[in-house]
Design a protein around this ligand. Structure first.
Ligand SMILES: Cc1cc2nc3c(=O)[nH]c(=O)nc-3n(C[C@H](O)[C@H](O)[C@H](O)COP(=O)(O)O)c2cc1C
Length: 155
């Protein structure tokens, strides 16, 4: 799959809102095949077939994935031999600095993907509750990096 696939992991909708904004910007910048979906629709095996994946994820509990991400994430953790070397990805994390495990799920997801050979398109961002400025700066970096990433093929 050549398209840009955006996945959100959310409990109360913040990550979904930012994922949708990312999707709109992708469409507006010529990535007509970009998609946005809940991470609940993704399996680790499906991810291996992606070229470009963006994850917008919050952290819940004590540093845990939101409930829509548990199947994907704990499945990924078990698949230590999964080859993700064909995948280029980016992670944006949402959290709250008042929690001891600030942005732990974004960090753990990033590390698990990298451990299976996936390539970071840009460094992970870790946003606090006032996430607007952190998101805007990350989105600018993301779209600048995408300029040199694999192009979308629509034919
Ligand atoms: C019960 C609860 C547990 C949370 N646990 C964490 C945590 O462990 N680490 C963290 O960085 N943020 C934590 N947060 C903050 C959320 O990640 C933050 O509010 C985020 O913006 C929620 O995004 P969402 O609406 O996409 O789920 C927690 C929030 C709540 C209400």
């Amino acid at each position: 799959m050549d398209n840009l696939a955006i996945y959100f992991a959310t409990e109360t909708g913040n990550a979904e809102t930012l994922a949708n904004q990312t999707h709109e910007r992708a469409l507006a910048t010529g990535r007509a095949d970009a998609t946005v979906q809940s991470i609940a629709k993704l399996t680790p095996e499906d991810l291996a077939a992606h070229k470009l994946a963006v994850f917008v994820v919050s952290t819940w509990g004590d540093g845990e994935p939101p409930s829509d991400a548990t199947d994907f994430y704990y499945g990924l953790e078990k698949q230590t031999g999964l080859d993700l070397s064909g995948v280029t990805y980016a992670v944006f994390g949402l959290g709250d600095r008042d929690y001891a495990d600030f942005n732990a799920f974004a960090r753990n997801l990033d590390e698990q993907l990298a451990a299976r050979g996936a390539r970071r398109l840009l460094d992970r961002a870790e946003a606090d509750l006032d996430f607007d400025d952190t998101y805007a700066a990350w989105a600018d970096r993301l779209f600048a990096a995408l300029e040199s990433a694999p192009a979308v093929t629509t034919s």
